[in-house]
Design a binder for this molecule. Structure first.
Ligand SMILES: CC(=O)N[C@H]1[C@@H](OP(=O)(O)OP(=O)(O)OC[C@H]2O[C@@H](n3ccc(=O)[nH]c3=O)[C@H](O)[C@@H]2O)O[C@H](CO)[C@@H](O)[C@@H]1O
Ligand SMILES: C=C(OP(=O)(O)O)C(=O)O
Length: 418
């Protein structure tokens, strides 16, 4: 069942509830290893990346139980039962976030180099550099990242050459149990970083400044539990539905939104002529008639998110005029262009720039998802295109979208799986 079939050409209409954020949930699951007592997590999306992460931390020795369809009870291991299994670690990128917590709590971590989508080289030098500054001996041994430390990690002053989300998270988690203060400079400011910091503070950590360029962490000897922590809504899932509404000239009400987190996406959609109204945690998105071409550049938050770039390319493919996309984060994120071209799009890619010439319409055909967001973009293209679109490699889409077919069907789309 790895194919999505969409009979497109109809506007999406109705209300949809946005699930918890994949990238926050994955980091928080890794952080729950640090806890010495029970943790209850709410608003967890039941997507394949989360299922794999649950299996990984169970293998390490954590007890994990679903309390309902979006709440989890986690009891972290008091000692590691085993290294994270390589076969599972290779299934997702966020497994690299186990390194910091395991090293900080147990003094030893051996984690296979992670997998995930093929969107760029994705080195871990900044993670390694940061953990090494705190006294860890970091090595790559036979495809595994291995960290060792005698006693506790030591607080340090660490400057990141690039505000990497993963490096900020790994070092921040490790620093919570280090001796003394860690000052992390030029850090990532994504909402998922703030969510992780809030969760760590709920466990008793002393993290200040998350969401700014500098995070200060006073290490504590141990962390407790947290009886209720709700993960933030997924700004990328929200953005994907917003673009789908615009692309199909539909009218959607999105519930469970933090408007500030989707502001960079709203700004660009408004520039294109999409009508967006915010009302607390509800966003109404409506598009009718002609849209205008716009240019986007992906950047670290609060810049335009790379995880929304492919979906925007699908939208621009039928907006009359020329839209230019510059991808500054991942060098291999334009693979989607070839698939959209199979549906009739006119896109020229030159290095990190894509030039999209809007055509009057796309047509359904057979295409394949090359990564998670490319898959989401093909779903949007399929919803726009009259006729049948068959999207192969749907497992990529399942990594990050909770109940996508069900949600789309409730909005009037014709979507099936085969
Ligand atoms: C699970 C998760 O949260 N994934 C998100 C996270 O990925 P991830 O944490 O992997 O992304 P990073 O912010 O670390 O990567 C950004 C850039 O920094 C480079 N880099 C990163 C680390 C390093 O040690 N050295 C280095 O050079 C990367 O190659 C890339 O060019 O942030 C990305 C950027 O917003 C998002 O697209 C991903 O959805
Ligand atoms: C790139 C993404 O995720 P990951 O870092 O898990 O591959 C994404 O969510 O678009």
């Amino acid at each position: 069942m790895d194919k999505l079939i969409i009979d497109g050409g109809k506007p999406l209409r109705g209300k949809v509830r946005i699930s918890g954020a994949k990238n926050a949930a994955l980091a928080i699951l890794c952080a729950s290893i640090l806890a010495n007592e029970e943790v209850v997590l709410e608003n967890i999306p039941d997507i394949s990346d989360v299922q794999v992460m649950i299996e990984i931390i169970k293998n390490i020795g954590a007890e994990v139980t679903w309390l309902d369809n979006s709440s989890l009870r986690v009891v972290g291991p008091s000692r590691p039962a085993a290294d994270p299994p390589c076969a599972l670690v290779k299934k997702l990128r966020a497994s690299n976030l186990l390194l910091g917590p395991l090293l900080a709590k147990f003094g030893y971590a051996r984690v296979s180099l992670p997998g995930g989508c093929n969107i760029g080289i994705r080195p871990m030098d900044l993670h390694f550099k940061g953990l090494a500054s705190m006294g860890a001996r970091m090595d790559i041994e036979g495809g595994y990242a291995v960290g060792r430390v005698d006693g506790r990690l030591k607080g340090a002053r660490i400057y990141l050459d690039f505000p990497s989300v993963g490096a900020t998270e790994n070092i921040m988690m490790a620093a919570c149990l280090a001796e003394g203060q860690t000052v992390l400079e030029n850090v990532a400011k994504e909402p998922e970083i703030v969510d992780l910091a809030n969760f760590l503070n709920c466990l008793g950590a002393k993290v200040r400044g998350a969401g700014t360029d500098i995070i200060k962490i006073e290490g504590v000897p141990e962390l407790g539990g947290c009886l209720r922590y709700a993960v933030i809504p997924d700004r990328i899932e929200a953005g994907t539905f917003m673009v789908a509404a615009a692309a199909t000239r539909g009218h959607l009400e999105l519930e469970n939104i933090i408007p500030l987190h989707v502001e960079p996406i709203c700004a660009k959609l408004r520039e294109a002529g999409v009508d967006i109204i915010e009302d607390y945690d509800v966003l109404t998105v409506r598009a009718g008639g002609m849209l205008r071409p716009v240019d986007i550049k992906t950047l670290p938050y609060p810049g335009f998110p790379t995880d929304m770039q492919s979906q925007m390319m699908a939208l621009f493919s039928t907006v009359e005029g020329t839209s230019i996309i510059i991808e500054n984060i991942f060098e291999n994120r334009f693979q989607i262009a070839d698939e959209l071209k199979r549906m009739g799009a006119r896109i020229k890619v030159e290095g990190r720039m894509a030039v999209v010439e809007g055509v009057p319409g796309l047509h359904g055909t057979q295409v394949k998802a090359t990564d998670l967001r490319a898959g989401a973009a093909l779903v949007i293209a399929g919803l726009m295109a009259p006729g049948r679109t068959e999207i192969f490699n749907a497992h990529y889409i399942d990594r990050g979208y909770h109940m996508l077919e069900g949600k789309l069907r409730s909005l009037g789309a014709e979507v099936a799986r085969a």
